[in-house]
Design a binder for this molecule. Structure first.
Ligand code: SF4
Ligand code: SF4
Ligand code: FES
Length: 229
């Protein structure tokens, strides 16, 4: 069993357990740290979105809180000029994968990108980078939901859920570098992919990339507990 630990987040004393990831401890205690790729229950966090930086006392460089294991007396600040700079750059990088246009987006009321922008005072627009994949197609072949890849920020939640929770594996990452995308095996349509339309990936998607068709939300959707906030 893990040993109890006392840590400090923004000067607040918090009870935790050694080895827990700092991000989950913060969220559990009502302290929001931006995050997109973190998945509760995933043993090795991908640490790919680079949004969850914190400043650790005694360290010169910020570290990602989803990969930072708690130790007794750990003391972190969720904000610092360095943290803010890194989060701003990471956020713009994510937006370079994400076609903007909140007005016609099905997820505009629950969008986590909007939440992060609001919390950190970031702009929902590209200033230094260009939109990468302007030709991304929309797959509406499934009966209950749509996959609009032009709004995908590559967080990987859908891939993990489909593989590890539902054990179907209809979705996966393909290609490398700036060409990296989430797609089906051999890029077939969702209708041909073996997808059972459980809807869990749609629920977990933080952006408007996966959304339910009008009146088509399946009963099982919303029952996955892999997200912590
Ligand atoms: S709806 Fe379920 S089975 Fe289909 S891609 Fe999403 S998680 Fe996989
Ligand atoms: S489709 Fe949604 S859940 Fe899947 S990687 Fe893209 S943004 Fe993340
Ligand atoms: S949530 Fe930590 S890097 Fe994405």
């Amino acid at each position: 069993m893990s040993k109890p630990a006392t840590i400090f987040i923004d000067g607040r004393k918090i009870d935790a357990f050694e080895g827990e990831k700092l991000l989950w401890v913060a969220l559990r205690n009502g302290i929001y740290i931006p995050n997109l790729c973190a998945i509760r229950g995933k043993e090795h966090p991908s640490g790919s979105c680079r949004l969850c930086y914190v400043q650790v006392e005694g360290c010169s460089e910020p570290v990602t809180s989803c990969t930072l294991s708690v130790t007794d007396s750990l003391s972190v600040q969720t904000r610092s000029p360095q943290v803010d700079r890194l989060v701003k750059s990471a956020f713009e990088l994510l937006l370079s994968h994400h076609r903007l246009g909140c007005r016609d987006c099905a997820k505009r009321k629950s969008c986590e990108l909007l939440k992060i922008a609001k919390e950190r005072g970031l702009k929902m627009k590209l200033t230094r980078l260009a939109l990468l994949d302007q030709e991304a197609e929309v797959d509406d072949s499934a009966e209950t939901f749509v996959f609009d890849r032009s709004r995908c920020v590559l967080c990987g939640r859908c891939v993990w859920i489909c593989r590890e929770v539902i054990k179907v594996g209809a979705l996966g990452f393909s290609r490398r570098g700036i060409k990296r995308v989430v797609t089906t095996f051999q890029d077939v349509s969702l209708a041909q992919s073996g997808c059972i339309e459980c809807g869990l990936c749609v629920e977990a998607c933080p952006s408007g990339a996966l959304y339910f068709k009008e009146g088509k939300k399946p009963a099982a959707a919303g029952q996955c507990s892999c997200r912590g906030g």
